[in-house]
Design a binder for this molecule. Structure first.
Ligand code: SF4
Length: 706
């Protein structure tokens, strides 16, 4: 005989959810109205409960598979259960002209719509049971690739191999998916694939039930879960109970209680009973009664059931279905005699929301009852109050774990800006906006930003955030990611950030790298500011990586942009070219043929007769036409002659490449490699160059420490 009287708690969320209740009501009203000769065909079992299904079978409802649609009589009525069906089933019903009642749960419909509205090329990731009809339905609305993972571990294993980094990803969940697992999945995907759009499609009923069973499991000695064995949401309730309570039972009917070990009931002082979303009230009642008999508990069923299945009261939270939307208010069907009125002010604080665009008839909505008006038969509802407490939890969480949350800058106020994080207003001081002290905060207005919470006041529900810290942490994370994949030789299109005497700093996404001046040009070294302007886009590649210091140096010169290669492909000896005088020397003038390739017009080749000082006949910027008389690609030298083109003047143009002078060469090179023309004296060769500023040489450029 049992010594201790057990205390039994019935979960408040037990029994039919609003989706199932809606489907059952639709079916029952159809059964009441349908003439006897017509038959109702349900695609799959209406709910996962044998007792209920047997009862409607007796009333003439037949269960069929989707592929039996084609053999249905013309006057059949098809009933679509809460799980929904595939897009193809809708098409077949419409093509055959078969009438149907669509009891797809609004939560499931919402998931269909999300998937259907994704642009072509989007990869949809569904977390859920790939064999579940609801998942088949959601999958069928996708335009492109769909990946289905049962849990986070499977996603971690398979996802990297299934997608490429450029793919647009969307993550959604089966409506009854496990909440803890869903949170893990979101964390994983946010970390690795930051551009993923996440839609939380888990229904609030599932959320509430799972949370309630979790807390009951922790304080009871036994949890009894009542529901169909094929019911996905009931199975999840049982799994949570089994993981968190020493004893958990999963039964479909009260009869199965006798199969359990009597020891469990004898020792349990506290027992909780919960039931899946498709468990009828009558079965829960039966289980309660049997439990009382077994445990000798003194229970008032009426009281307990009243607690669980009560009608609406002020302050109660409830899920309804949107029945109409206007710019000023939304009407909500709560499944009771009262019409729910949800005014704009009780939806959001944000004045820029278009209700007709953001809310749709048929969608589920969570609200709290504020005030009943029995005369008018209405109840004033609020969504904002639920959202505010839910959204404040997000702020608290972000303050605790330092995560970044997203919001929109809505107001510029004295000393900073206000960022709306859903319904919570977060103050960001000017010093934390990332805008320089003398900058204009107005540029932030309307922008979507990431913020870190740096201060929180729970009592006053006030939070202070930092856009700067969030940007810094994004940059840090991106930098780390960059260095895990960066390789020498990897190419990027970068943006010139700043220019110095010794090179250009180029931004390639999360990092800046320096291109040394010697890497910027092939010919004579030129100051970087002559080559590029800040903001220019240039092609660069990684020359060196210092992973420890997270630094890179970049290269710019490549074979493709080697001007000597371009020159070689385009020109040959005896070609006539237009060139621009870019430098005047005592021994001749350098003329640019193409950017990076200058040819020397020796004093003897400038005019019909040798010229003593080139500056006496030419000046910088002059355009000249000359003949290529020699090319030495190895030494990067080209010789030009204007004289060769002058009519009636004979000359010796048989200059060998050895006679040519590199555009990089200074006079000593000429002395070594080219015969000195009669006119150029040693004194002239060593004379200072008046017209030109001293050319920039490699030696003159000291590479800064990295
Ligand atoms: S999605 Fe939620 S509300 Fe809809 S039928 Fe399933 S459990 Fe019920």
């Amino acid at each position: 005989m049992r010594q201790v009287m057990a205390e039994i708690t019935l979960a408040r969320s037990s029994g039919f959810c609003f989706g199932v209740q809606r489907a059952v009501s639709l079916l029952e009203s159809e059964l009441d109205n349908t003439a006897e000769k017509k038959s109702i065909y349900c695609i799959g079992e209406i709910i996962h409960n044998k007792t209920f299904n047997d009862s409607i079978k007796q009333r003439g409802v037949k269960t069929i598979e989707p592929d039996e649609i084609d053999s249905l009589p013309y006057d059949a009525i098809v009933f679509i259960r809460t799980h929904g069906v595939t897009k193809q089933v809708y098409e077949r019903l419409e093509n055959k002209g078969i009438a149907f009642i669509d009891a797809t749960c609004p939560f499931v419909k919402k998931a269909h719509r999300i998937v259907e509205n994704q642009p072509e090329g989007t990869t949809v990731i569904i977390m859920g049971d790939r064999n579940h009809p609801e998942v088949h339905g959601i999958q069928s609305f996708a335009k492109g690739k769909v990946l289905i993972f049962s849990d986070c571990e499977e996603m971690k294993q398979r996802l990297p191999a299934e997608i490429n980094t450029e793919e647009q990803l969307v993550l959604i969940a089966q409506t009854t998916y496990n909440i803890t697992e869903w949170e893990n999945c979101q964390k994983f995907i946010k970390y690795l694939y930051t551009n993923t759009r996440i839609f939380d499609t888990i229904c609030s009923v599932t959320d509430e039930r799972q949370k309630e069973v979790l807390s009951l499991s922790k304080v009871n000695d036994l949890v009894v879960v009542v529901g169909g064995k094929s019911s996905s949401n009931t199975a999840k309730l049982y799994r949570i109970a089994a993981e968190n309570c020493q004893n958990a039972l999963y039964i479909e009917t009260a009869n199965e209680l006798s199969d359990a070990s009597p020891h469990i009931f004898k020792t349990a002082k506290k027992i909780a009973i919960t039931a899946g979303a498709s468990t009828p009230c009558s079965i829960i009642q039966e289980v309660l009664k049997t439990m009382t008999d077994i445990t000798n508990a003194e229970l008032s069923f009426a009281e307990m059931l009243d607690q669980s299945f009560k009608t609406l009261n002020t302050g109660e939270r409830v899920t309804g279905v949107i029945s109409s939307v206007s710019p000023a208010e939304i009407h909500v069907d709560l499944g009771t005699k009262h019409t729910g009125i949800l005014p704009y002010d009780e939806i959001t604080n944000d004045s820029g929301v278009d209700l007709e665009q953001d809310y749709h008839v048929g969608d589920p909505i969570d609200v709290v009852c504020i005030k009943f008006n029995d005369v008018e038969g209405t109840v004033l509802l609020s969504k904002k109050r639920i959202d505010q407490s839910k959204h404040w939890l997000v702020i608290q969480q972000a303050a605790e774990d330092g995560s970044t949350i997203n919001g929109t800058v809505r107001e510029i106020i004295r000393g900073g800006v206000i960022v709306n994080v859903q319904t919570v207003k977060v103050f960001v001081p000017a010093s934390q906006t990332g805008i320089p002290r003398d900058g204009n905060l107005d540029q932030l207005k309307g922008q979507k930003v990431g913020i870190k919470i740096i201060e929180i006041n729970d009592q006053r529900k006030r939070a202070v955030g930092s856009i700067r810290n969030a940007a810094r942490s994004v940059r840090k994370k991106d930098t780390e990611e960059f260095f895990t994949t960066a390789e020498v030789g990897q190419r990027f299109t970068g943006t010139v950030r700043s220019l110095t005497n010794y090179g250009a700093f180029v931004n390639i996404g999360p990092v800046d790298g320096m291109v040394h001046i010697t890497e910027l040009s092939w010919g004579r070294l030129k100051p970087p500011s002559e080559l590029f302007a800040v903001g220019d886009q240039i092609e660069v590649y990684i020359k060196n990586i210092n992973i420890e210091k997270k630094r890179i140096s970049l290269g710019y010169k490549t074979e493709e942009n080697n001007p000597w290669k371009i020159f070689e492909d385009k020109y040959k000896v005896d070609d006539i070219v237009d060139a621009t005088i870019v430098s005047l020397m005592p021994f001749g003038a350098f003329a640019e043929i193409i950017p990076g390739v200058d040819g020397l017009i020796h004093n003897t080749q400038i005019a019909a007769k040798p010229v003593g000082n080139p500056a006496s006949v030419l000046k910088l910027g002059d355009k000249v036409t000359a003949k290529i008389t020699a090319i030495d690609l190895e030494k990067s030298r080209v010789s030009l002659s204007i004289k060769a083109l002058l009519d009636g003047i004979e000359g010796d143009f048989s200059t060998s490449p050895e006679d040519t002078v590199s555009d990089e060469a200074a006079e000593p090179v000429i002395e070594e490699t080219a015969p000195v023309a009669e006119e150029v004296t040693a004194a002239e060769e060593s004379a200072p160059i008046a017209e030109e500023a001293a050319p920039v040489t490699e030696e003159a450029v000291k590479a800064p420490a990295e």
